[in-house]
Design a protein around this ligand. Structure first.
Ligand code: ADP
Ligand code: MG
Length: 273
């Protein structure tokens, strides 16, 4: 079953002569429990796609089906109700802006549960449980976001997105603001989530970050999906010229194809000798 079906999605920003198309004819499905990467350079429309699926941007054409429900014509109030139910959650690039600086980690994590009518003791228990799922210690519960590293904060926002037990989490550049060590930790957590059965849409401008986590990858260029395939296909046999460019410019992926090319050259030389 698909948790997300987007078809023919089009988004335009602005009015009159300034009207600009940010997405055109985007088709994307995400199956239950699947991790789908969306990659593309800055300005390609990745955040617009995420914001449209969250009901924060209104599409000018196309259809969005979330958890089997056609939400295309939803009004702001219906979107708010849908988001409140917590079926779809999100994690953005900057964890400092998504956590209230004056709330302890315990309160930040408990809040989405308290608003759903869960008792405080139970909410704090659940907060602790989800903190351990993102490999953080319960010691952090009484702390303020400012006392945590960027990577710890991002793991808290991931825990918070998960504790309402959503079917789908959209992560928009979740590791882009992190240093290399923190990035690796967060990527590992996203890999761990495979077992939890939640579907993820992992958005990044960096193919290297997405390639090791995603089952499938969709490549966005100038508002259009130019190629979709398994992570392996996209990395090993990209078919669209733009995808080839992304693959050849991803530093962490470059080593393997270059080695392979060198091996093939050697083999050809051996066969000819
Ligand atoms: P990405 O996340 O891939 O960097 P965005 O979805 O943020 O891309 O932006 C896609 C295009 O839409 C860009 O050209 C951007 O300038 C434009 N855009 C994004 N948000 C708005 C907005 N609120 N108003 C007008 N234009 C916007
Ligand atoms: Mg963006």
């Amino acid at each position: 079953m698909n948790v997300l079906e987007v078809s023919g999605l089009e988004v335009r920003y602005g009015h009159g002569a300034r009207r600009k198309r940010a997405l055109a004819g985007v088709d994307l499905t995400v199956e239950r429990g699947e991790i789908v990467g969306v990659i593309g350079e800055t300005g390609s429309g990745k955040s617009t796609l995420a914001r449209t699926v969250l009901g924060l941007v209104r599409p000018s054409a196309g259809r969005i089906v979330l958890g089997g429900q056609d939400v295309t014509g939803y009004r702001a109030r219906q979107w708010r109700a849908l988001r409140r139910r917590g079926i779809v959650q999100y994690v953005f690039q900057d964890p400092l802006r998504s956590l209230d600086p004056e709330l302890s980690i315990a309160d930040s994590l408990a809040e989405p549960l308290l608003v759903r009518g869960i008792a405080r003791a139970e909410a704090v228990n659940r907060a602790e449980e989800y903190l351990s799922r993102v490999r953080l210690d319960a010691d952090l519960l009484p702390r303020l976001p400012g006392e945590l590293s960027g990577g710890q904060r991002q793991r808290v926002t991931i825990a918070r997105a998960l504790l309402t037990e959503p079917e789908l989490v959209l992560l928009d550049e979740p590791v882009s603001a992190l240093d290399a060590a923190n990035r690796v930790q967060v990527l590992r957590i996203l890999q761990d989530l495979r077992e939890s059965g939640v579907a993820l849409v992992f958005i990044s401008h960096d193919l290297g970050s997405v390639a090791g986590v995603a089952d499938r990858i969709a490549v966005l260029s100038e508002g259009a999906l130019v190629e979709t395939g398994t992570a392996r296909q996209i990395v090993a046999t990209p078919s669209h010229p733009y995808t080839r460019l992304l693959v050849s410019s991803a530093p962490t992926l470059r080593a393997a194809p270059a080695d392979r090319a060198r091996r093939e050259e050697l083999r050809a030389a051996l066969l000819n000798s």
